[in-house]
Design a protein around this ligand. Structure first.
Ligand SMILES: C[S@@+](CC[C@H](N)C(=O)[O-])C[C@H]1O[C@@H](n2cnc3c(N)ncnc32)[C@H](O)[C@@H]1O
Length: 270
């Protein structure tokens, strides 16, 4: 099985996504979609941004490599009574069956950044977006001090070294890499805007320790790190570092957890 698919199907990202809904809606609102606009959400999970985009009237397709999330997304679309939203399985590195120039807007929020072949991802996003259309990516930033970048950094320190040739997903959070990848797909640098933005995880009913427990149980990259840490007798150390991080970054004053996380927003105008 494709290891990237195995990683994301291993967990249940819906349990993490529950803390992302409000920021997902805010992200969707910031895109100024118009009714009938054709939108692709790539690496869409269970529809954190795809669902509010459909509620704004766009005609939305969500593509994700994890079949459990595609199923969860289609269930959410049905429950919300949205006939302009559907989810299907696909790999951002090779979007089989997706025609050239078929979307006005291609979006990927912390999704396509995790696909293993970044140059193929950029080429595919450009191919399927129509001339005059837009590509918007949200990517975590390597070394950033805020929550998710640090969870991934701490987790990777407990995970076995990646295979030769592995390109860190975090490189998508660096402008020069974004420019190089879309440049190779034919997009000039002056068509690529990047800006730092904030995405907030909100879990009003969970303490920071409970949020970390959710990551341990359901977030693929953390699950892998905990498995490796358990094997080497370091699980308590990993657990302690993640709890310390979540407690230090929590901005909630009501006993819940609110974790702001900085990301790079890249907008490519075709
Ligand atoms: C951190 S989650 C973000 C999900 C969603 N965009 C959100 O904001 O809630 C990363 C998502 O990317 C998906 N993904 C990872 N690699 C992928 C690939 N090669 N092609 C398509 N989706 C991929 C995962 O299955 C997962 O749903």
């Amino acid at each position: 099985m494709n290891p990237n698919q195995a990683l994301w199907e291993k967990g249940d990202f819906t349990r993490i996504a529950a803390s992302m809904r409000q920021s997902g809606e805010e992200f969707a609102n910031s895109l100024h979609v118009t009714p009938g606009m054709k939108v692709l959400d790539l690496g869409c999970g269970d529809g954190t941004t795809a669902l509010p985009l459909a509620q704004l009237g766009a005609d939305v397709t969500g593509i994700d490599i994890a079949r459990n999330l595609v199923e969860a997304g289609n269930r959410r679309a049905g429950e919300a009574g949205l006939i302009n939203l559907h989810f299907e399985e696909g790999d951002a590195c090779e979007l089989l069956g997706v025609a050239d120039a078929s979307f006005d807007l291609t979006l990927s929020v912390f999704g396509a950044m995790f696909a293993p072949q970044p140059f193929d991802v950029a080429r595919e996003m450009v191919r399927i977006t129509r001339p005059g259309g837009r590509i918007v990516m949200g990517n975590w930033i390597p070394g950033d001090p805020t929550f998710v970048a640090q969870v991934l950094k701490i987790s990777s320190a407990f995970t076995p070294p990646p295979p030769d040739g592995f390109v860190s997903p975090m490189t998508w959070g660096v402008r020069s890499h974004v420019v190089e990848r879309f440049g190779q797909a034919g997009v000039p640098e002056d068509r690529i805007a990047t800006v730092e933005d904030t995405f907030v995880f909100r879990a009003p009913k969970h303490s920071p320790a409970e949020v970390i427990a959710l990551f341990r149980q359901f977030y693929g990259p953390s699950m892998i790190a905990f498995e490796a840490a358990e094997a080497s007798g370091r699980a308590d150390e990993l657990h302690g570092q993640l709890i310390e991080l979540a407690e230090a970054q929590n901005t909630s004053r009501n006993g819940g957890t609110t974790l702001p996380a900085t990301f790079l927003r890249a907008t490519v105008s075709l």
